[in-house]
Design a protein around this ligand. Structure first.
Ligand code: FAD
Length: 383
């Protein structure tokens, strides 16, 4: 749903200019320094990028899912690590508190997440529980008006920097599955919360992950999201629904950027006396990528509109994540191919994007997990 087309056009225009004039020229620097330049971080805050999906009453822009998808597609046109820094505040880091938090929790954290004053992280994955998230082992044991957390969370985006963590922990040891899990808000300076060293990743340099280790970490009972034990897994799954559409939209944006990079290169470079773009086999690669990016755009916008209309889009969000994450992998692969040897060289953006996009098929539910979700929902619907 687009509430005010003119206002949205202005926002997208502003973001598009920011991407072209400020972020794209700094992509190589981001990768080299493995950090988002401080001045760009400040500009992102001033533009409201940390609060895109946070309601206006909490100081965010309050975008609908369709509006957010359109914005995410624009942001996708540059290195995904730029998005990662504010992505958790809009998505997995803040949505749990927004969707299921108590009024006090929302008032305490959400306005500061919207401005970027606080950076957030979402702690679900553990060394022995990834796709099988419901088997997580981090424990939270009640002790008076506190819970004592013990366990390790792995690959946590923005973990090295985050001020506030949404942590899924098992409060009911007798309940091995999802029902024994509770979501907690844990502040970054809580004694007993430790951060491992930053992971050395394949791509998306500038976006950091690390282990988050809880050793007798005492968290006030009032920090249970929603105030009720056993609801944490449901909260996590609700968060992932919106997140999957957001990530899908980013994949579409990256794919469109790669189509543009490929087309420009194919027009400029000549072989056999004519531009690459005149060779029909190169044209086939360009056409396939264009078509797939367009298919991704169409399906994400359709699912986003349905979500705005109140439909349960759990299946469709997984369809989008499955298709768009795989699609952008194919588009990146073709982009390298269109560039030939140059595509294998670090000075060309496609080399970096080729590594960056690999992550989309893995996090927020692997491709295989999306397949399982889709098929299980299909079977459930008919039985
Ligand atoms: C850069 C990065 C950032 C991340 N950020 C976060 C974060 O902020 N917060 C967080 O909680 N997590 C985060 N993750 C973790 C991510 O969500 C997990 O890595 C992902 O869910 C997969 O889990 P796993 O790595 O344990 O793989 P595994 O679950 O061990 O899977 C390995 C392979 O087996 C397949 N597989 C597993 N089970 C099945 C099955 N039943 N049927 C078919 N195939 C199956 C998988 O699809 C995969 O191909 C991040 C990961 C990375 C790499």
């Amino acid at each position: 749903m687009i509430r005010d087309p003119e206002l949205l056009d202005q926002l997208i225009d502003t973001i598009s200019r920011f991407v072209r004039e400020r972020l794209i020229p700094n992509e190589a620097r981001l990768a080299e320094e493995d950090a988002v330049p401080v001045e760009l971080l400040q500009e992102m805050k001033e533009m409201g990028l940390f609060g895109l999906s946070i309601p206006e009453e909490y100081g965010g822009l309050g975008l609908t899912m369709e509006e957010e998808a359109l914005v995410a597609m624009e942001i996708g046109k540059t290195s995904p690590a730029f998005r990662s820094v504010f992505g958790t505040n809009n998505g997995i880091g803040a949505q749990g508190i927004l969707i299921d938090g108590t009024p006090e929790q929302k008032a305490r954290y959400v306005p500061r997440l919207a401005t970027g004053e606080l950076l957030s992280s979402f702690c679900l994955t553990e060394p022995d529980s990834g796709s099988d998230a419901a088997s997580l082992r981090t424990t939270a044991v009640r002790d008076g008006d506190h819970y004592v957390l013990n366990g390790t969370k792995r690959f946590i985006t923005n973990g090295p920097e985050a001020d506030v963590f949404t942590v899924m922990a098992r409060t009911d040891p007798n309940h091995k599955g999802a029902g024994g899990i509770t979501a907690f808000i844990v502040e970054g300076d809580t004694p007993g919360l430790k951060r491992g060293p930053s992971d050395n990743k394949m791509g998306q340099k500038g976006a950091h992950t690390c282990d988050i280790i809880f050793e007798d970490c005492r968290v006030p009972a009032e920090n249970i999201i929603g105030g009720q034990e056993g609801q944490g897994f449901k909260t996590a799954m609700k968060v992932l629904d919106r997140g999957r559409l957001h990530i899908s939209a980013v994949c579409v944006g990256v794919a469109e950027r790669l189509v543009e990079e490929s087309l420009n290169y194919a027009i400029e470079r000549k072989q056999f006396g004519v531009p690459l773009a005149d060779h029909q086999l190169v044209q086939a690669m360009l056409a396939d990528s264009k078509t797939e990016a367009y298919a991704g755009r169409s399906m994400v916008l359709d699912a986003a509109r349905r979500k705005d209309a109140g439909e349960n889009v759990s299946t469709l969000a997984s369809c989008c994540k499955l298709f768009c994450a795989e699609m952008v992998g194919r588009v990146a692969d073709r982009a390298v191919q269109v560039h030939g040897g140059a595509g294998y060289m670090a000075e060309y953006a496609v080399e970096r994007f080729y590594r960056d996009v690999r992550l989309f098929r893995i996090y927020e539910g692997t491709t295989q997990i999306q397949q399982l979700v889709i098929a299980r929902n299909m079977v459930r619907e008919v039985s």
